[in-house]
Design a protein around this ligand. Sequence first.
Ligand SMILES: Cc1ncc(COP(=O)(O)O)c(C=O)c1O
Length: 427
Amino acid sequence: MAEASLQHRRDLALGSGAELFYDAPLEIVRGEGVYLYDRDGRCYVDMYNNVPCVGHANPAVVQAMAEQQATINVHSRYLHEGIVTFAERLAGLHHDGIESVVFSCSGTEANEVAIQMARIVTGHRGLICTDAAYHGNSELVDSLTCVGRAARETSEVRGFPFPECYRPLEEGLSEEELCEAYLARVAAAIESLKTEGAGFAALVMCPIFANEGLPDIPSGFMSRVTDLVHREGGLVIADEVQSGYARTGLWWGYENTGFRPDIIVTGKPMGNGLPLAATAASRNFVDGFRAATDYFNTFSSSPLQAAVGMAVLDEIERLDLLKNVAEVGGRLTGELEARVDLHDAIGDVRSCGLFIGIEMIKHGDNKEPDATLASDLSNRLKDKGFLVSYAGKFNNVLKIRPPLVFSHENADEFLGAFDECMREISA
Ligand SMILES: Cc1ncc(COP(=O)(O)O)c(C=O)c1O
C-alpha cells in the first residue's frame, strides 16, 4: 500500500494525470550503469532511458559535476575556458559546415532556437514536419506534434506523411516510386505554405524518425528531401535529441541516414542527466541569431554544463561506445529479426544501433497495429526485470533504447525474457 499512497500523494502534489509507466508503477531509488533498483532492492535492466547514455551514476560524470560545482558555476556572461572548449569540441564532431553552438537546457528550447534561427536566416516563417512527430512541448515546438491529426495544422505549419516502406503511402510502388511519392507530399506541403503566405523557413525532422516508430525509410529519401528543401529556399533542421550522441553506432543520426543538415539540435544524452542541450550551425547562422535575438538562458552555457558535457564525451570515447553500440545493437537486432518468422504478432524489427523497434501486430491480421499487445509486453517484461516502452504512430512499436553501455550479456538475458513473454502470450 506504500506505493499506492505515494502515487496518491503524487497526484495531489503534481496534479493527477502526470504520466507513469507500467500498470503497477515503479518506485526507482538508485541506478548504476544499465541497472535500476526499486525501493525493495529489485534490480531492473534499463532498456529505455537514453539520457544516462554513459550509464546511470557514471562515476566520471559525477566527479566532473561535483568538482565543477565546488569550484565555480555561474551564468554565461563571463569568459570561461571550459565553455568555449566544449562548444569547439561539440561543433568539431559535426560535418564541416557546423561551426558554432547555442547552448540551452532542453530539447524543446534547442528546437525553439533552431526554428527562430531558420526564420531569421530565411526571412520566412513556415515549417514542415512529419505527421507523427514530437519535437518538444513549448507552444511553438508543440505546434509540430502530430500535425495533420487532431486538427493541428496551423497557418505556419504543414505536416507530411513520414516516409516508410512497411506501411507505404501507396501499395504496389517500387522503392524509387515510393520515395518520389513521399517527396511529392513534402513539395505539396511547402507549396501550400508559400501560397498561403507564411513562406518556407525549414523542415524539422528526426534523422531516424524515432518518435514515428523508427521506420524503414525509402532509399535516397533523406538526401533528396534535403535537396528539395534547399531548392525551395528552406533549411533542414535535424533534431538529434534521440538519434544523436552515438545512439546509432555513429555520432549522429544524419550520418546514418545520409544527409547534411543546416542546423542540428541535440539534448537528452548530452549531460547524462544534467539539463543540457545545443543548437549547432554555421557561424553565419549563429551570428545572425545572436544579432537578432540577444538570447540569454540563465542555466545554460554554464561552467557546470561544460564540465559535465565534456565528461560525457570523454566517457563515450574512453568506453569505445560507438563500437559497443554497433556490435551489441547489431547482434540484438539480428536475434530479434530471427523471431519475426516465429511469431505472427511480430510484424517487423527495425533498428539503428542501440535503438530498436519491434512492430507488434494483430494475429492473422495483415499489419494491423496492436498497441494493447505492445503495452502488455512492456508490463510483462518489466515483471521479468527488463524496462522497455512503446512508441510510433500507433503506439504499437516496442521501443528498446538502453544506455549505450548495454552489453551482450544484457542482450542475451533480455532475449530469454522476451522469448518467455512471447510463449506466455501465445499460450
Ligand atoms: C525527437 C525529440 N525532440 C525533442 C524532444 C524534447 O526534448 P525535451 O523533453 O528535453 O524538451 C524530445 C523529447 O522526447 C524528442 O524525442
